[in-house]
Design a protein around this ligand. Structure first.
Ligand SMILES: *[C@@H]1O[C@H](CO)[C@@H](O)[C@H](O)[C@H]1NC(C)=O
Ligand SMILES: *[C@@H]1O[C@H](CO)[C@@H](O)[C@H](O)[C@H]1NC(C)=O
Ligand SMILES: *[C@@H]1O[C@H](CO)[C@@H](O)[C@H](O)[C@H]1NC(C)=O
Ligand SMILES: *[C@@H]1O[C@H](CO)[C@@H](O)[C@H](O)[C@H]1NC(C)=O
Ligand SMILES: *[C@@H]1O[C@H](CO)[C@@H](O)[C@H](O)[C@H]1NC(C)=O
Ligand SMILES: *[C@@H]1O[C@H](CO)[C@@H](O)[C@H](O)[C@H]1NC(C)=O
Length: 347
């Protein structure tokens, strides 16, 4: 399973369109280059940087009980029914974000639904709920009206939001870097005193929280408390950027951590490992959505790209890549079976 964890799929996808590039020092590492972001994969082009993407893995997109035959017979490559959320911002010279709005992308049509929206979250369950962090509190998605509606009574300026699976608990990160647990339908908040000066928060599928602080070192907060992640380069604080990314759903107790151009998986037990991928500086995404594994979205240079692995497997590919994918076909099959869209393939 390890082979297809993290951003493996982006590399598989990219390899379809260009020969693999091997790192001379490390034959195992795949280098993600700009040519892998083919213009045919562009789903949306904006006029600001895209700083967040959310692909909800809930019934909004993957309805397990959907009995409508049309869906099961639809083309595997058809991702037109997918609903994505994304956030645009301008990044000023101090690295500060200037809000440019939260959008919903539906049938190729992007609609700005929240001017000061900054982040989006959804649980992986059978709900259709999506929550948004905004400059004046929490909002929720109204699917019928395709709008954002105020949720609860909290009015903090929020920059990050995550939603637990299997409960109604939400965690928010405020602009002054405090993290709160939000309960009772958005009417009650409790400060997490053990999460200090967080810059970003992410949840894994087992509801463990991850964050990093000024020194850019990541921590995990589980039912056992807060733990430092070991095994990462010790010069993290001198790196210009680190980013926590929601993992592909098969990683149950870990998340992705991008350090400069290198990709790691960090686990709830405090360990970490290299994912085996590196971005060329010009190919480093500004936002990541690998959570569905077989259908991934990345933002680069104000565009959102879609990487649909199954489509790519069916297309004509070079021999070298065919061998690469054949070697991994068991992993891909196993992911496909576990995937929330497996019902489409098996139909
Ligand atoms: C599915 O889509 C692909 C690519 O657009 C196309 O080549 C193929 O014929 C389609 N298959 C069906 C069954 O519609
Ligand atoms: C796109 O969204 C806008 C605003 O919601 C709507 O007016 C327009 O009809 C939509 N276009 C399509 C092709 O769905
Ligand atoms: C979601 O699944 C749970 C357990 O299977 C069930 O009790 C609940 O009614 C479902 N909710 C919806 C909205 O389908
Ligand atoms: C940090 O250390 C890694 C090796 O552990 C090295 O490759 C990288 O260049 C260093 N970065 C900085 C900014 O010092
Ligand atoms: C930590 O968790 C990961 C993922 O579950 C596992 O592969 C690894 O063996 C664990 N390491 C330790 C030291 O428990
Ligand atoms: C595929 O696996 C075979 C046997 O393990 C190995 O020799 C070959 O190099 C692999 N090919 C690729 C492209 O990874």
């Amino acid at each position: 399973m390890k082979i297809l964890t993290s951003l493996a799929v982006i590399s598989l996808a990219g390899l379809v369109f260009s020969a693999p590039t091997k790192d001379d020092n490390d034959g195992e590492k795949l280098i993600v280059t700009k040519s892998m972001f083919d213009k045919e994969l562009v789903k949306y082009t904006g006029s600001h940087d895209i700083v967040k993407i959310l692909l909800p893995l809930n019934s909004l997109n993957f309805d397990e009980d959907d009995s409508s035959e049309s869906k099961s017979h639809s083309n595997e490559s058809d991702s037109d029914d997918i609903i994505l959320f994304f956030v645009e911002a301008d990044i000023d010279s101090d690295g500060k974000y200037v809000d440019q709005g939260l959008y919903v992308l539906k049938k190729g049509n992007a609609t700005k639904i929240l001017n000061h929206g900054r982040d989006a979250a959804a649980a992986s369950d059978n709900s259709t709920e999506v929550f948004f962090a905004a400059a004046d509190g929490i909002y929720t998605y109204n699917k019928q009206k395709n709008t954002a509606e105020k949720y609860g009574t909290i009015d903090d300026s929020i920059i990050g939001i995550v939603k637990e699976s299997g409960s109604d608990v939400i965690y928010i990160l405020t602009e002054n870097h405090e993290v709160y647990k939000v309960l009772n339908k958005g009417t009650k908040k409790e400060k997490l005193d053990d999460v200090v000066n967080a810059k970003q928060i992410v949840l894994d599928p087992s509801n463990n929280l991850y964050f990093y602080s000024d020194d850019k070192k990541p921590y995990t907060r589980t039912h056992e408390g807060v733990k430092k992640i070991e095994g990462l380069p010790d010069n993290l604080s001198s790196q210009s950027s680190v980013t926590l990314v929601k993992p592909p759903f098969m990683i149950k107790d870990g998340v992705v951590f991008v350090v400069e151009n290198n990709v790691y998986i960090i686990y709830a037990n405090g360990t970490s490992e290299e994912a085996g991928f590196e971005f060329k500086p010009k190919a480093k995404p500004s936002a990541y959505a690998p959570e569905a594994a077989l259908l991934q979205y990345y933002a680069l240079d104000k565009k959102i790209y879609e990487f649909n692995v199954l489509t790519m497997l069916m297309s004509d590919i070079v021999d070298e890549l065919k061998e690469f994918l054949n070697n991994k076909s068991e992993d891909i099959k196993s992911i496909s079976k576990k995937s929330r869209f497996s019902h489409r393939q098996n139909a």
